[in-house]
Design a protein around this ligand. Structure first.
Ligand SMILES: NC(=O)CCC(=O)C(=O)O
Length: 264
């Protein structure tokens, strides 16, 4: 699977500009042979959370755009995430469209990040976010979700061999980002494909460092703070190989963990 990570800047509260930018990067990725394109978190509006009533996608604009592009170019798209308006309120939503133009996942961010006011403006999702691309079970989580190891584990236990992580992660905590992603790859013995934005908004400067991490923990792509597209080829047989070498999944002891589960 040749993956293209789009580490873009995002214009604050300007969806039209962001759609234009994303389309440009996606066309470049296709020209360079990408089979799967990955976008960052909230790429339509950025964290313009107080303006969601006017700006959040309530018309399927994103989905139509991704479906059309995927079909026309025969490419999978992990559509980062966008702000959406649905019944019940606003969400931080990841759409995944396969290379036939079929929507294979619509995942709403499960854990809201208080330091960026998500708990005030957004609803939380409750779906798992696993899906299939080219016959491989994949997972998708969004940014702050990676601080919850049990959440990524749930995806791995449901078969995910590649977990995609779009983000808007500030530079101030970029060391957490790097370490958490590497830990999630090693403990779940899966590929992690993580795409963060660069640039800044009125409150934060963002740290880039989009990465592709192999199941043994090696960093195969590290974009640091460079704006643009990074590419990595991933060989899915590595997942089986690592899981055979150290059979973490076979050695797990669910009944033991359950017996010590703290009930509030
Ligand atoms: N957009 C986010 O979820 C940011 C998460 C973050 O910065 C963190 O430290 O966690």
């Amino acid at each position: 699977m040749k993956i293209a990570c789009v580490q873009m800047d995002i214009a604050f509260g300007q969806p039209d500009l962001n759609f234009q930018q994303a389309a440009g990067y996606m066309e470049e990725a296709v020209r360079n042979g990408a089979e799967t394109i990955v976008l960052p978190e909230m790429w339509n509006t950025g964290y313009a959370l107080t303006e969601l009533e006017a700006l959040a996608d309530s018309t399927n604009r994103t989905l139509d755009f991704l479906v059309r592009f995927a079909k026309e170019h025969n490419v999978n798209i992990v559509g980062g995430s966008v702000s959406t308006k649905k019944q019940g309120g606003f969400y931080n939503t990841m759409y995944v469209v396969n290379n036939s133009g079929e929507l294979v996942s619509e995942y709403d961010k499960a854990h809201r990040f208080g330091l960026m006011d998500e708990h005030i403006h957004l609803e939380e999702g409750s779906g798992l976010g696993t899906f299939e691309l080219d016959g491989t079970v994949c997972g998708g989580v969004i940014c702050y979700d990676i601080r919850f190891p049990e959440w990524i584990r749930a995806q791995a236990l449901n078969g995910a061999k590649v977990v995609f992580v779009p983000a808007e992660w500030p530079e101030a905590r970029i060391d957490h980002w790097r370490i958490l992603l590497q830990a999630r790859a090693i403990e779940n013995q899966c590929f992690i494909v993580a795409v963060n934005r660069v640039g800044s908004d009125p409150k934060n400067e963002f740290g880039g460092s989009s990465m592709v991490i192999a199941p043994w923990g090696e960093i195969r792509l590290d974009m640091q703070k460079q704006e643009g597209i990074g590419y990595a080829d991933i060989d899915l047989s590595e997942v089986e190989e690592v899981r055979k070498r150290i059979p973490v999944f076979a050695d797990r002891r669910d009944p033991l963990y359950d017996s010590f589960k703290k009930i509030d």
